[in-house]
Design a binder for this molecule. Structure first.
Ligand SMILES: Cc1cc2nc3c(=O)[nH]c(=O)nc-3n(C[C@H](O)[C@H](O)[C@H](O)COP(=O)(O)O)c2cc1C
Length: 327
């Protein structure tokens, strides 16, 4: 009897497939569709700090010509109030229509906006909270230590007010991923979602306008996640979740083999439809049967850096071997 259950940040999931934050999870109806298709949990569409800031800036610009930082704080909170009720309602309704864990999601730039709001998210019934931390350093003289500290402050400020688990969804661009992973854990993250996929910017040379491209990921984008989950597995004391480029059952198996607790997916569902969840689950089950595994824990982490017989496959050495043409 094959059992696909996995534990993630203390939540018991019936299988490792979570639908990631996206328009698929923007409403209770969307959440129900994911649950009916076999997902073990959902991450709701994020409430975006950037959107709130854009809304309040438009509001402020139309009424006053300049404002002080305290005024900005005040109108930013007004913007949050304008968007918050609807978000809390989605959490409450999602909990009514499904019995799978519902993970709320906040897009965070500043370290204090969400401190109080996180409490309402918990009270609305969310099982956990994922922080989509989208700090984009643009200043030439910004101290890297301070940038990292800012990320940790976001996590600890939110975590200190709530008891539900908090996951940090991070991008892949840091000088030292192990250091940031450890710092996020110390700040209170129970899990790391690796990695966030950033908006793909582009330029239309005919129209001379800014555009975006490749809204959806491709399977070729998964290897960075595979590398870092493998390297961090059992090193930092928190759950790791694979995200970006996971499109089929084989990809999920690989993520579990390097040590992931679960995966988050959305592009493959936009491209192949919600039925893809069941296809992936069937493929995982069949592979487990062929290999003689009964539970996910029977093989989780088997191919991680720590447990692998060839750990250098996840390091630069293989790249050097490949480019100089030696085996
Ligand atoms: C249409 C769309 C909307 C998204 N909205 C959000 C969002 O609100 N918050 C967030 O953290 N990620 C958002 N994402 C990113 C996904 O959650 C995910 O991290 C990314 O697409 C990589 O996973 P994938 O390869 O399975 O697509 C969105 C992605 C797509 C395609």
């Amino acid at each position: 009897m094959i059992d696909l259950a996995t534990k993630y940040m203390g939540l018991v999931l019936k299988n490792p497939i979570i639908v990631s934050s996206s328009s698929l999870t923007h409403s209770a109806e969307g959440v129900k569709r994911c649950a009916d298709a076999g997902a073990s949990a959902v991450v709701l569409k994020s409430l975006f700090e950037e959107q709130i800031n854009a809304d309040v800036k438009a509001l402020a610009d139309s009424s006053v010509s300049s404002y002080h930082s305290e005024e900005w704080d005040y109108i930013q909170r007004m913007g949050l109030d304008m968007n918050a009720d609807e978000y809390l309602k989605i959490i409450e309704e999602s909990k009514k229509v499904t019995d799978i864990p519902v993970i709320a999601s906040l897009n965070c730039i500043s370290s204090d906006l969400w401190t109080d709001f996180a409490k309402y998210i918990e009270a609305a019934g969310a099982d956990a909270l994922e922080l989509n931390i989208a700090v984009m350093p643009r200043q030439f003289d910004e101290d890297p230590d301070k940038i990292e500290q800012h990320i940790y402050n976001i996590i600890s400020n939110v975590k200190k007010n709530i008891s539900i688990p908090v996951a940090a969804k991070l991008g892949p661009y840091f000088t030292s991923m192990p250091r940031v992973a450890k710092g996020a854990r110390k700040a209170g993250a129970s899990a790391l979602v690796l990695f966030n996929r950033f908006y793909q910017t582009d330029i239309d040379i005919k129209e001379l306008s800014h555009t975006s491209k490749n809204k959806y990921s491709t399977p070729a984008e998964m290897s960075n996640t595979l590398r870092w989950i493998s390297l961090l597995y059992q090193q930092i004391g928190c759950s790791l979740v694979g995200n970006t480029g996971i499109h089929d059952g084989e990809a999920v198996i690989k993520q579990l083999l390097v040590g992931a607790r679960a995966v988050e997916i959305c592009s493959t569902l936009f491209v192949n439809g919600m039925g893809q969840i069941q296809v992936m689950l069937d493929d995982i089950q069949k592979w487990m049967q062929d290999k003689g595994y009964e539970t996910v824990d029977d093989f989780r982490g088997k191919m991680s850096f720590k447990n692998s017989k060839k750990p250098d496959y996840f390091e630069r050495q293989q790249y050097i071997k490949a480019i100089v043409g030696i085996d």
